[in-house]
Ligand binder design. Structure first.
Ligand SMILES: Cc1ncc(COP(=O)(O)O)c(C=O)c1O
Length: 371
């Protein structure tokens, strides 16, 4: 049967019109998988044992997970009821957009950004509004403020921006928040916060107290290396999360994920975590520098990924992102090309750096040299 065959039963046409989320490529041969911004390190010490010790899988986990929420809340200096857990931070994005934006409402985000954003509210009938990034691949906060209408219900700020890399400055976010109506939800998606080294960058905990309409999202998927277990969290007003919980799929955070997250927050695990984050940041900076030496205009990279823009010849990028992605795949390295926009390369194993830089050098040479 063709992939385009209609279902045998009636569905809402607006749902059938929504393309399903497409995951980064998965490997079919040995090589580097640098297509999903994953952590190349195994889970932190103590995590595998905590998972193995969690024997009670015949029971539903107690959904409140008070200890884990209290531990996260302490980091943010808030009470535990300000912390909301879900099966990945992407689940909270869905919950918030569904809870806030229905037919005729709009939700706003910069574009290109996290690929899940455009479809978040389509099934609820809301209209996605993507505001183009600036020429330096950053959020255009002035244009985003200008795009707010009385129909705007949610604004998503992705910092550092996946896939392009720059982080939002705290001062710019504060100026932006002052222009947002107080009853409009703003989501600061900080999935990659732990990798940020720019001291001017915003940190959710610094601005939460002064912004009651703000929710900060973080995840155990990236810096903590628990992507496969699906656990992320939001921090903000408990009343916002009660609304999110009303549209959440019940009981979707597993006890195994809870135990793994708690084991990742012990002092011993945190020490190793800090070392690993530093190693990934070092690799990121070396990878960015190596690509810039080839003449590429790689934007400031604050996450665990770097971005090669698609540009006309001589414009500091590659002329065809899909072609670069395909040539990497043919050589056994999976990266994430975005048609017409650029190529995102996740920071992985140390040995991958030289392979990537050499591959891009050869790709550019075949094109005739100049980036
Ligand atoms: C910006 C951003 N937000 C959220 C997520 C979702 O992460 P998770 O659902 O694994 O917490 C991702 C994953 O790639 C992301 O890039």
């Amino acid at each position: 049967m063709s992939d385009n065959a209609p279902p045998p039963v009636r569905f809402r046409p607006e749902v059938l019109a929504v393309p399903a989320y497409r995951q980064g490529a998965t490997p079919t041969q040995p090589g580097f998988k640098l297509s999903s911004n994953e952590n190349p390190f195994a889970p932190l010490p103590g995590v595998a044992a905590a998972i193995a010790a969690r024997g009670d899988v015949n029971r539903y986990a107690a959904a409140a997970m008070p200890e884990l929420r209290a531990e996260i809340a302490a980091e943010f200096g808030v009470a535990a009821d300000h912390v909301h857990l879900a099966a990945g931070s992407v689940a909270i994005l869905y919950q918030l957009v569904h809870a806030a934006a229905g037919p005729g409402d709009e939700y706003l985000y910069a574009w290109p950004s996290f690929e899940a954003y455009p479809a978040l509210g389509l099934a609820s009938g809301a209209t996605p509004v993507g505001v183009p990034l600036t020429a330096t691949a950053e959020h255009d906060l002035d244009a985003m403020a200008a795009a707010i209408t009385e129909r705007t219900r949610v604004i998503l700020l992705c910092t550092p921006n996946n896939p392009t890399g720059p982080a939002l400055a705290r001062a710019d976010v504060e100026r932006f928040l002052a222009r947002v109506p107080a009853d409009t939800l703003v989501v600061l998606d900080e999935a990659y916060r732990e990798f940020v080294t720019d001291p001017a960058a915003v940190r959710g905990e610094d601005i939460l107290a002064s912004s009651p309409n703000l929710v900060v999202l973080r995840t155990f998927s990236k810096a903590y290396g628990l992507a496969g277990l699906r656990i992320g969290y939001g921090v903000g007003d408990p009343a916002i999360f009660r609304a999110a919980a009303s549209v959440a799929i019940p009981l979707s955070v597993t006890g195994i994920a809870e135990s793994a997250a708690r084991a990742s927050l012990t002092p011993e695990a945190r020490a190793v975590h800090a070392e690993r984050v530093a190693a990934i940041v070092d690799r990121r900076d070396r990878l960015g520098a190596g690509l810039r030496e080839l003449g590429l205009d790689v934007p400031d990279a604050q996450g665990n990924f770097v971005w090669i823009p698609e540009t006309a010849a001589g414009g500091g990028g590659v002329p065809d992102a899909l072609a670069l992605g395909a040539s990497f795949a043919a050589a056994g390295t999976l990266v994430r090309p975005f048609a017409g926009a650029g190529v995102r390369i996740s920071v992985g194993e140390d040995e991958s750096l030289a392979v990537i830089i050499e591959h891009v050098r050869e790709f550019l040479a075949q094109l005739g040299g100049a980036a």
